[in-house]
Design a protein around this ligand. Structure first.
Ligand SMILES: [Zn+2]
Length: 300
């Protein structure tokens, strides 16, 4: 498969039902974290705000062609999980969440189902050196389900393109994130954002090179002015009066830097070793010296 074809198989649409009956959709993508030798922990990644508080949730996986390695396009299963939020690990300060998927995949394998999905390796994460060599104004691609849209017959996401609006090496306003200029909508939350240089690369050290291709994971889309456009009202103090405004989408998106995903590795390693989450009052395995309940085990 061409590498851009694989990118169409790294995401899944996430559908949540909340206790008040409301539903929402977001984007999840598959990754392998804790890579060491031939060992790794496959996870689904999305935003905390997509899954937090969800009573039920579902995502979809395409089956593998029997006896082969190719996807059986059009043949997919939904995985529906009760107590959906409880399956996730939440980042203590960023809008990120991961769910180990091995138990689900193993369970399905025992019933004779093999799935095709393309988890992103941590080697795809843009390193500090990669970022330092990137010029400003780079082409990016995001993969996901804007407004919940998808090809449900073929279990396919939508690709959208854009450019980096701020430099991904720099922490935008002091946070580990940057801005992209792309059409970002609700449902795109959790979309992987890729640097996509196909057949032509640009770098500060080598300039423009025709021929090679580079794809790197730059980050995870989590917010943008589109959230305010769905009805959140912001009171803006002007002079001595407060006026109430509703923001209008301006096609900008906030993206959490991909390296922050590595923050989940101590928790996932702990889980793999101990086959359970840490106790609420135990020290958080991330090394923060906080209790688990106040760090990676925080429920809000
Ligand atoms: Zn922690």
């Amino acid at each position: 498969m061409f590498f851009t074809d694989l990118m169409a198989h790294c995401t899944t649409r996430i559908e949540c039902v909340f206790p008040d009956g409301k539903t929402s959709t977001g984007t999840g993508f598959f990754m392998t974290l804790c890579e060491s030798g031939d060992r790794s922990v496959p996870v689904l990644v999305t935003n905390k705000h997509v899954v937090m508080g969800a009573q039920r949730g579902a995502f979809w996986l395409t089956l593998r062609k029997s006896g082969g390695t190719a996807p059986d396009i059009g043949n997919h299963h939904s995985f529906e999980l009760p107590n959906f939020a409880s399956h996730w690990h939440f980042h203590p300060s960023l809008d990120l969440a991961v769910m180990p998927i091995n138990p689900l995949v193993e369970q399905s394998r025992s019933t004779g189902h093999e799935y095709f999905f393309a988890p992103l390796s941590t080697t795809l994460i843009a390193t500090q050196a990669d970022l330092a060599d990137l010029p400003a104004l780079m082409d990016i691609v995001l993969v996901g389900y804007p407004n919940g849209l998808w090809d449900k017959t073929n279990n396919q996401p939508l690709f959208r393109s854009g450019i980096t609006a701020t430099h991904p090496e720099l922490e935008y306003n002091g946070k580990p994130e940057f801005l992209i200029d792309a059409a970002c909508f609700n449902g795109s939350s959790g979309s992987p954002v890729f640097l996509a240089q196909i057949g032509r690369t640009m770098s500060r050290s080598k300039g423009v090179m025709i021929g090679p291709s580079v794809v790197k994971l730059l980050g995870v889309l989590y917010a943008g002015p589109m959230h305010m456009a769905t009805g959140e009202i912001v009171a803006v103090p002007i002079g001595t009066r407060d006026i109430v405004v509703t923001a209008i989408p301006n096609n900008l998106g906030l993206v959490i830097s991909a390296k922050e995903l590595l923050d989940f590795e101590p928790i996932l390693n702990y889980l793999a070793t101990n086959q359970r989450r840490p106790g609420r009052n135990e020290a958080c395995p991330c090394g923060s010296a906080k209790k688990y309940k106040d760090c990676h085990g925080a429920l809000s």
